[in-house]
Design a protein around this ligand. Structure first.
Ligand code: ATP
Length: 268
């Protein structure tokens, strides 16, 4: 299929996975200021896609378009089209709460609720009515904590507050909370920026394991992290998507001079 934006350099010829989400001519304005310009980006299923680029280039803005988190910002207007499978997620009949269960999100700063570890994970399944019995809920909580690589460390402390865990554990708790509602896509906005190198390594390992079952989009300031965790990388600059492709191509053989300058540290 022909990409809609002829200026975008996208290695669409070497895709090996189905497309889970796609943005077509996505524009975002905050009041009068335009933050994204006609972004066309396809997100592959069961892959990790990194969004990279200098500060203020629109990475987080694009990420937030993917589960309509920008709806929560009054002055924000989104244009263009974003598809999740065959659903246009900006259609008037889309239930945003349901959408955010399908497209979950993990933030820069771990934000556990001021509740027990168990309740942090049980909250989503409860409000979405996913479990009929206590036994079902117990199973969802344990499985989610296991998938987030946290269960063994905290299995005797499920009734203790989530806020009492270390920063890295809190971030994995937030990942468990996202997983508990069985999302298809997980968005991560700089999930390791507040973590030390050991906690970062654990979350990166986890991201690699999670892609077997989920599609992941991650915003990162760290090119090393993008290279370690992602199969696809998209480079943004001043609100434009400059190029997108397999991560090793973007880092070893970028097509655009702006990408080359960024990855070689000339700006950013
Ligand atoms: N809530 C907001 N209100 C007004 N302007 C905003 C808002 N959020 C982002 N912007 C503006 O939109 C542009 C893109 O910001 P965005 O946060 O998406 O960039 P980013 O690439 O994620 O940056 P960083 O790496 O610094 O987080 C910037 O000019 C920013 O100032």
């Amino acid at each position: 299929m022909q990409d809609t934006n002829p200026n975008l350099k996208q290695d669409s010829d070497i895709r090996s996975n189905p497309i889970k989400m796609s943005g077509e001519k996505v524009t975002v304005h905050y009041g009068a200021k335009q933050a994204l310009f006609d972004v066309d980006l396809k997100i592959e299923e069961n892959q990790v896609t990194s969004l990279i680029g200098p500060s203020g280039c629109g990475k987080s803005t694009f990420l937030r378009c993917l589960n309509r988190m920008n709806d929560t910002i009054d002055i924000c207007r989104v244009g263009g089209k974003i598809m999740l499978d065959s659903t246009d997620i900006y259609n008037a009949d889309v239930d945003v709460v349901e959408l955010r269960a399908r497209v979950g999100m993990v933030f820069q700063k771990a934000n556990p609720f001021p509740k027990s570890i168990f309740e942090n994970v049980a909250y989503g399944p409860r409000i979405h009515g996913l479990c009929r019995t206590k036994a079902e809920m117990d199973e969802v909580v344990v499985t989610s904590l296991q998938k987030a690589g946290l269960f063994e460390e905290i299995k005797d402390r499920l009734d203790e507050p989530g806020t009492g865990l270390s920063g890295g554990q809190q971030q994995r708790l937030c990942i468990a909370r996202a997983i508990a509602v069985s999302p298809e896509v997980i968005l991560m906005d700089e999930p390791c920026s507040a973590l030390d190198p050991i906690a970062t390594a654990k979350v990166e390992e986890l991201i690699d394991e999670l892609r077997e079952n989920y599609t992941i989009v991650i915003v990162t300031h760290s090119m090393q992290q993008a290279a370690r965790v992602s199969q696809r990388t998209a480079f943004f600059h001043m609100g434009n998507l400059v190029e997108e492709g397999p991560t090793d191509h973007i880092f070893t053989n970028p097509k655009d001079k702006r990408t080359q300058d960024y990855i070689t540290g000339r700006f950013g």
